[in-house]
Ligand binder design. Structure first.
Ligand SMILES: NC(=O)c1ccc[n+]([C@@H]2O[C@H](COP(=O)([O-])OP(=O)(O)OC[C@H]3O[C@@H](n4cnc5c(N)ncnc54)[C@H](O)[C@@H]3O)[C@@H](O)[C@H]2O)c1
Length: 272
């Protein structure tokens, strides 16, 4: 997809962080946007940041983990915009770092419901409409935790490995069609993901956010720029950030000792 002008892009989780940054860049490039989030004020802020109350942008309060809401969302986007060219499955949640034994079944299920079933629901709801377009793109936001198991992030890694599995399968099944599928593996990006962690009390959020921010080195705008450039080049995978590239390279170079290396790095850094 060489340029985004007049293309219709659906972005989930566009009320904050990476989703907002991709929305702003796509808007500047002339795209029409259907933005969804659980957080309507966050979506309104994203629209406000475009500087216009434009007919080019529609806002939708949708829970991506709810299949019927996502199917309705697809119908609403068609009614508003007429068609869909780009689907960005970005909405995601995390817990604060914790060991497997200390994470309840309920928290595992919540993370999987949003991060995995949310992406599935997006593909299920929008793929039939993308198939009708002369060219189309699906972007699924996985993580470094979709390439390597990350100490302290077991539910998150489960969900993000599954996003990679679905994305790579779709890539092979959609060969010969006009639909490209990009799976994105970011390392730390400066967003509210840990501030929004679903297991934290209000009084824990700021400290957790500050701790996370020491390791999250990539700006949302730079991450968005690299993702959209990868869409234009029809890449099927990108790894974002030096941290993600280094950790992934360590995994490939030292597969046997990788768990001990990760333990040494993350157990000290994340649980102090
Ligand atoms: N920030 C990072 O370091 C990092 C690293 C790797 C991957 N990611 C991934 O990037 C994506 C974007 O996250 P972010 O870092 O911008 O975090 P963020 O918390 O700033 O933004 C996530 C957005 O998703 C929305 N959301 C959460 N649950 C939802 C639901 N059920 N339905 C609809 N919207 C929902 C939130 O309201 C929020 O606006 C996520 O998939 C995340 O896992 C982030």
């Amino acid at each position: 997809m060489k340029n985004f002008n007049t293309k219709v892009a659906v972005i989930t989780g566009a009320g904050s962080g990476l989703g907002r940054a991709m929305a702003l860049r796509l808007y500047q490039a002339g795209a029409h946007l259907a933005l969804c989030d659980l957080n309507l004020p966050g979506l309104e802020e994203t629209r406000h940041l475009t500087g216009e109350l434009s007919e080019r942008i529609s806002l939708h309060k949708v829970d991506v983990s709810d299949r019927s809401q996502m199917l309705q969302f697809a119908q609403d986007v068609l009614t508003w915009h007429g068609h869909i060219d780009i689907l960005i499955n970005n909405a995601g949640i995390s817990l604060s770092p914790a060991l497997f034994d200390d994470i309840s079944d309920e928290y595992f299920e919540k993370v999987i419901n949003v991060n995995l079933w949310g992406v599935y629901n997006g593909v299920r709801a929008f793929l039939p409409h993308l198939r009708t377009r002369p060219e189309a793109s699906i972007v699924n936001i996985s993580s470094l935790a979709g390439l390597v198991g990350l100490y302290g992030y077991s539910p998150y890694a489960m969900s993000k490995f599954a996003v990679r599995g679905l994305s790579e399968t779709l890539q092979s099944e959609l060969v010969g069609t006009k639909i490209s599928v990009l799976v994105v593996h970011p390392g730390g990006v400066k967003t509210n993901i840990i501030k929004n962690a679903i297991d934290l009390d209000e009084n824990q959020r700021e400290v957790a956010h500050q701790n996370f921010s020491k390791f999250a080195l990539l700006s949302t705008d730079e991450a968005a720029r690299q993702i959209l450039r990868a869409v234009q080049k029809k890449k099927n995978r990108i790894i974002l950030g030096t941290d993600a590239k280094v950790v992934n390279a360590i995994r490939q170079l030292f597969p046997g000792s990788f768990p001990a290396i990760i333990h040494a790095i993350f157990s000290k850094a994340m649980f102090k």
